[in-house]
Ligand binder design. Structure first.
Ligand SMILES: *Cc1c(COP(=O)(O)O)cnc(C)c1O
Length: 385
């Protein structure tokens, strides 16, 4: 790590101090690495001897000493060809990255592993965070593994499976009668009054680094080249920001030099602030009033990193799509019968969006398309029928 860099005013900070956001303008900070040096000192060959988990890319992760790593075996998830449904829909090169194989069943494990690893290395003992559900479960597991205290604020309508897992891992669970944004305010108070470290999305710089490894794995599994299109179900947009960071860093170290992927953000019609912003060409989203969708991971009415996610969409020549809960549910069931995979509601939204984009011609039948299935279907079993 070289420094922390402000995403708006470009001020820098040290990664060796406990830091949340930019001290000058309160915007998110992102880690910068010594990429020019890495370009010469780090070779793809070095990966051969490493196990297939997210820490195989540790030179591009916030870790000074491998001994510090708090791991439950996250990352290294399979990339599966969806040949049958792909043929049926006229996209024979359709692939799925199955994040349901992660500890706690979602790709939130990547962010939690990186965030908790760094927090522990910096000597933090008490962490608090708002969550729509899955992030809380993941952070609770990693906090337990690291012997740290975690307080989680979750909206009342968060899935019961998420509430139970937080309690099981010994987190202090606070149920808030409101939206994720209200949980955020609740956490800020606990941070001020009780000395917790705030680990809310993009209020600490390291979670996105873990999610970035999703992009690093896609590149490696695709033979160190990008697919034409990457489809990402977008809530807070951290995965999207992370994958795009991987695209930029791999280009800078010369590991992937070809055309970058077109990034697609998928949201639900009942909560689609990023889609609305993209359609209007805005740099930021507006708060989405009355957010409604049964896919809890996508119930984020206004994301702190919206401007970064939108920037990735514009720069990659990508797009943003909203689908209905009903279409997503149909896609989920069709997929289960055709390919034998039970994906999460958010992944199902992505799948439905792919079909829509193919029908509209935005995706060409020759293109390679990677769907990010962000979690296992089993945590939302009511979606099964
Ligand atoms: C959190 C979550 C998302 C959204 O991820 P962001 O990085 O916040 O956009 C999508 N799917 C699932 C299953 C999630 O838990």
């Amino acid at each position: 790590m070289k420094d922390l860099n402000c995403t708006r005013c470009k001020a820098t900070d040290s990664p060796n101090r406990i830091t949340n956001v930019c001290k000058r303008c309160a915007s998110p900070l992102l880690v910068r690495y010594g990429l020019d040096r890495l370009k010469h000192s780090w070779d793809r060959e070095s990966l051969r001897e490493r196990s297939f988990d997210m820490w195989r890319y540790r030179e591009l992760l916030p870790v000074d000493d491998p001994e510090e790593i708090v791991s439950l075996g996250e990352g290294g998830t399979p990339a599966l060809p969806f040949t049958r449904i792909g043929e049926n829909w006229g996209i024979p090169r359709l692939m799925m990255k199955d994040e349901g194989f992660n500890p706690t069943g979602t790709f939130k494990a990547r962010g939690a592993a990186a965030g908790i690893t760094r927090a522990k290395a910096l000597g933090i003992q008490k962490v608090a965070m708002p969550t729509a559900g899955n992030a809380g479960g993941a952070w609770a597991a990693y906090a337990a593994a690291a012997g740290m205290e975690l307080m989680v604020a979750m909206p009342v309508d968060a899935p019961e499976s998420n509430q139970r897992e937080c309690l099981l891992y010994g987190a202090d669970l606070q149920i808030v009668d409101g939206l994720i944004s209200d949980c955020g305010k609740w956490v800020e108070r606990a941070v001020e009054e009780e000395g917790y470290f705030n680990a809310a999305t993009l209020k600490e710089p390291y979670r996105v680094e873990g999610k970035k490894t999703l992009g690093l794995e896609i590149a490696e599994q695709n033979g160190w080249a990008w697919p034409d299109v990457i489809v990402y179900p977008t809530g807070g947009g951290v995965g999207l920001i992370g994958i795009w960071k991987a695209v930029e860093e791999l280009a800078r170290i010369g590991w992937v030099t070809g055309k970058p992927p077109r990034m697609v953000a998928v949201q639900m019609e009942g909560c689609a602030p990023i889609v609305e912003a993209f359609r209007n060409g805005w740099k930021e989203s507006r708060f989405w009033e009355g957010a409604r969708t049964a896919a809890s991971g996508l119930r984020v009415p206004k994301a702190l990193g919206d401007f970064l996610a939108l920037d990735a969409l514009y720069r990659s020549d990508g797009t943003a799509v909203a689908v209905s809960d009903t279409t997503a549910k149909t896609a989920l069931r069709t997929l289960a019968r055709t390919e034998g995979c039970w994906i999460c509601p958010e992944g199902a939204a992505g799948l439905a969006a792919i079909r829509k984009l193919r029908r509209e011609g935005w995706i060409d039948g020759r293109e390679s398309v990677w769907l990010m299935n962000t979690g296992t279907g089993m945590k939302d079993s009511e979606w099964a029928g």
